[in-house]
Ligand binder design. Structure first.
Ligand SMILES: [Zn+2]
Length: 122
């Protein structure tokens, strides 16, 4: 892959990393829901727990995305960006433009999706 193309992907990934980690404005992701502290009735408590569960899920997804983006940036540094982890063929540029953290080519990703459908995890 050409240096200019790699530089473009690096810029895109670094921008996405900043947006995920700081909302693009320097603020940190809030991981706690602050609600009424005392006293809570059962409805307030259920609502508070539901909100905290939602924040936890969003936090988990953000952490996963941060990990994927950092991994993609490391693959650029290591000269492995755009190479399929399974078959070592080049991942199509169109796929990388749509999904710059992709680690699999379309063929291998399709094979995995087929296996997941055939053998779903309970
Ligand atoms: Zn592949």
């Amino acid at each position: 892959m050409e240096e200019n193309t790699l530089a473009g992907f690096r810029q895109l990934l670094e921008t996405r990393l900043d947006v995920v980690m700081h909302g693009g404005n320097g603020s940190a992701l809030k991981t706690t829901v602050h609600g009424p502290i005392d006293p809570m009735d059962s409805v307030d408590m259920a609502s508070h727990h539901r909100d905290q569960d939602l924040v936890n899920m969003l936090c988990y997804r953000s952490q996963k995305l941060v990990s994927e983006i950092r991994s993609a940036i490391k693959r650029i540094d290591d000269g492995k960006f755009g190479t399929c982890w399974l078959c070592s063929s080049s991942i199509a540029l169109e796929r990388l433009r749509a999904h710059p953290t992709a680690i699999l080519c379309v063929r291998c990703q399709g094979a995995i999706e087929t296996l997941k459908r055939r053998y779903p995890v309970a």
